[in-house]
Write a protein that binds this ligand. Structure first.
Ligand SMILES: Cc1cc2nc3c(=O)[nH]c(=O)nc-3n(C[C@H](O)[C@H](O)[C@H](O)COP(=O)(O)O)c2cc1C
Length: 189
């Protein structure tokens, strides 16, 4: 089976059965040999990749600018499944980022301006002051997308589908892209 097809099947199963946000995944970046992970949300599934949105000036954004290799890990406990993906990140075109930004609630749009993501701030109230500042700036106007706020598409080179089995005999199925063909293998759990 094509791993994208399998991904979609499992993702839809999680959508129906996982009581929490099934779009949340751990995103891995690398910086100076050190791995970093944090949760983000999967917002678009395209034919050739998975898109999340973030601030390009954040820590993850600067890691990504230095090293385009990214990894993803979903875990849906309620359906006993994990999916891991390793791939290459690319910034999506402006229209894709604009279209998604325009669907966000106005408060989140203002928040994207107010938060200089990952930078040190004096206090939480400073952030609230920034929110008020941008509310004033955009009063009566639609909020434009800040140019640093973008979608990043992860184009997979490898998928691992993990299905929990009895007595820790889990089923691990790996698909790797070799010369544009997906090769499948099974790993011992
Ligand atoms: C469930 C969940 C979903 C999140 N979704 C996003 C997201 O889609 N984009 C984002 O930039 N940060 C998201 N965050 C915040 C990140 O985990 C992280 O704190 C932030 O992006 C800064 O990370 P960085 O300093 O490594 O760049 C989310 C956090 C949680 C707990």
């Amino acid at each position: 089976m094509n791993p994208f097809k399998k991904f979609n099947m499992w993702f839809n199963l999680a959508k129906k059965n996982h009581p929490f946000d099934h779009t949340a995944f751990a995103l891995g970046t690398e910086d100076k040999g050190v791995p970093h992970i944090r949760m983000v949300l999967l917002k678009l599934i395209l034919e050739d990749g998975f898109v999340f949105f973030t601030n390009l000036n954040s820590n993850k954004g600067s890691h990504f600018r230095r090293n385009k290799k990214l990894s993803m890990c979903f875990y849906w406990e309620s359906i006993h499944k994990q999916i891991r993906v390793i791939g290459t990140g690319r910034i999506v075109d402006n229209k894709t980022s604009d279209d998604y930004f325009n669907t966000r609630p106005r408060g989140s749009q203002i928040g994207a301006w107010a938060s200089d993501q990952s930078s040190q701030i004096k206090s939480y109230s400073y952030l609230k002051q920034r929110e008020i500042k941008f509310e004033k700036r955009f009063k009566g106007l639609s909020v434009p997308r800040p140019e640093y706020w973008v979608g990043i598409k992860i184009e997979p080179k490898e998928f691992e589908f993990w299905q929990q089995g009895d007595y820790r005999l889990h089923n691990r199925e790996v698909y790797s892209l070799k010369k544009k063909v997906w090769k499948r293998k099974i790993l011992s759990p």
